[in-house]
Write a protein that binds this ligand. Sequence first.
Ligand code: 5RP
Length: 256
Amino acid sequence: MRNRLSRIIKPKSGHCVMLAVDHGYFGNVPGQLKCFGDLNPLFEYADALMLTRGMLRSCVDPNIDTPIVLRVSAGASMLKELSNEEINVTIEDAIRLNVSAITCSIFVGGEFEKQSLMNLSKLVNWGQEYGIPTLAVTAVGREMVRDDRYLGMASRMAAEMGATFVKTYYCPNFENVTSICPVPVVIAGGKKIEERDALQMSKNAIEAGAVGVDMGRNIFQSDSPIGMIRAVREIVHNNASVDEAFEIYKQGPKGL
Ligand code: 5RP
C-alpha cells in the first residue's frame, strides 16, 4: 500500500501533482478531452493520471510510466442524478491494469449519499486485501455550499471510512479542512479560471496543508497545458512563488 502510494505522493517532497482526465465518465467532455489521445505528451509531467479504464485502454500509450489512479465508479450521466453511482470495475481488472490507486466519489448530503459511502467502503476493503490505496473524491452537488464546514465534514467522513487519501475542492479557510482530515488531501481544480488564479489557488492550498492537486480543466484547457502543469509542479514540489510559477507557464509551449 505505501509503496503504491509513494509512486503518487512523492516521498522526496511529500507532495503530488495529479492530472484529472476522468470527466467523461459522466458525459462531461470539455475542450481538449474530445481528442483524448492528443493529451499524451502532457501525461509524463504528471505524478499520476486519474482516469477511467476505457480511456486508459484506448487512448494512453502503455509505454508511459505514469502511475494510474483508476476511477472505478459510474452510473448516472450529467443529465440525471449524479450521486446515483455504483462500482463498475472489478478489483481484478484494476490489478490487471497495474493501477497505483482506485477511486470513486462520495456525495455527502446527496440523494444517494449512503450508496456512495458504501461504494467507498467496498474500495477500501478491496484496497486492504490487495494493498491498493483508495482515493475518495468529495463530489459536490449543485445545491451544496463549498465551504470549509461542508468540505471538512465530507473529507473527514472519507477518512473515517478508511480512504487512503482524499480529493476535495479548495475553499477559504482550507486549513479547517486539512486539520480535521488525518489522511493526505489534494484539491481539484474546478472550472477553468485564469492561469494566475489557478496557480494562486494551488499555492493557497499547499500553504493550508494540502499535499497537492488533482487538477484537470485548469491544466488541459489552458493555452499552454505543459507550461501550466510545469508551473503547478514548481509550486507543489519546489515551493515556488506564484510569480515564479507564472513565468514558467508563460514560457509555454503554446498548445501541446
Ligand atoms: C469529477 C472529478 C474530476 O476529476 C475533478 O473534477 C477534477 O477535475 P477539475 O480540476 O477539472 O475539476 O473527480 O468528479
